[in-house]
Design a protein around this ligand. Structure first.
Ligand SMILES: [Zn+2]
Ligand SMILES: [Zn+2]
Length: 289
């Protein structure tokens, strides 16, 4: 069995190519980046030169794969036409940049139905996803991320993600499994039994061949809280045993586990700056035994 790959989200400020060095600096084996400011609609322009520099740096690096996380503003479940158009454009932009830099795919928070219910919005989401895929180049995949279950977020259950993916009927549809979100949504992944049950449900509702990437985050909040608060690996309610069970399950073979954790404070007491060497090394130790 090939091991899971361990990496993390890194900043690409100063040029998209700078993310490669940041990934290597924290000993990541894979990276995730934003290709545009996550709280802004306006898409960041990447010059041909910046893309070329990224590709050169990536080729020379030890990184095995890269992912792009779409901006947070996008909502394919919105009832506002203009908002829906902007949302679709942001995802098309991310997928086309993924293609340019050779990233595996784009991770997407599908959106929120804001109380209208999943059934009221599912066909709009499916139509939108089909349009997005037909307007963007292969091969990058589009991975829908499971949600913590707050504010009408689409995809707190694996069955919702399965319904959308079956509806779109494309080989380019995939899933990003966020461990903190799953735990907050009520999936008890603190030990082997819970992790087995999660992957069994994943297989039944979606199919494990669609599992493309994991967001490896511990949870600051307890099981079923529906609150999305990430914690450093082993420091939250999921704990080391849960991550060991996730990393050693056969479903995780070859899958990138990307950290989106707060990180540890620096020695001079500064705030954590996101995924760091300490979290990466810790996750690797749980993988490698
Ligand atoms: Zn995530
Ligand atoms: Zn989250």
């Amino acid at each position: 069995m090939s091991n899971p790959i361990i990496g993390g989200h890194v900043s690409s400020s100063g040029g998209i190519f700078s993310s490669v060095e940041r990934g290597e600096n924290i000993e990541a084996e894979a990276i995730q980046i934003f290709c545009s400011a996550p709280q802004m609609w306006r898409a960041t322009k990447h010059t041909d030169d910046a893309i070329e520099k990224y590709r050169e740096a990536f080729k020379k690096s030890k990184l095995s794969s890269a992912w792009i996380h779409n901006i947070y503003l996008a909502n394919l479940a919105t009832d506002d036409k203009a908002m829906l158009g902007k949302s679709k454009n942001s995802i098309k932009n991310s997928l086309s940049i993924a293609d340019q830099i050779g990233a595996t795919g784009v991770v997407l928070h599908t959106g929120s139905h804001k109380g209208r219910g999943f059934d009221a919005v599912s066909s709009q989401i499916i139509d939108s996803l089909q349009e997005i895929l037909s307007d963007t180049p292969k091969p990058p995949v589009l991975a829908l991320e499971n949600m913590a279950g707050q504010g009408g977020g689409i995809g707190a259950s694996l069955s919702e993600l399965g319904k959308l993916i079956r509806g779109v009927k494309s080989k380019r549809m995939a899933v990003c499994l966020d461990t903190c979100h799953a735990f907050a949504a009520g999936y008890d992944i603190r030990d082997t039994n819970g992790v087995d049950a999660l992957f069994e449900e994943f297989e039944a509702e979606i199919g494990l061949d669609r599992l493309a990437v994991v967001h490896a985050n511990d949870s600051l909040m307890d099981l079923g809280s529906n609150r999305d608060r990430h914690e450093n690996i082993g420091q939250g309610f999921i704990g080391d045993e849960g991550f060991r069970a996730l990393l050693t399950h056969e479903a995780s073979a070859g899958i990138p586990f990307l950290l989106e954790v707060p990180g540890y404070p620096s020695e001079d007491g500064g705030k954590g700056e996101g995924p760091d060497i300490r979290n990466i090394r810790h996750l690797k130790s749980l993988r490698d035994g």
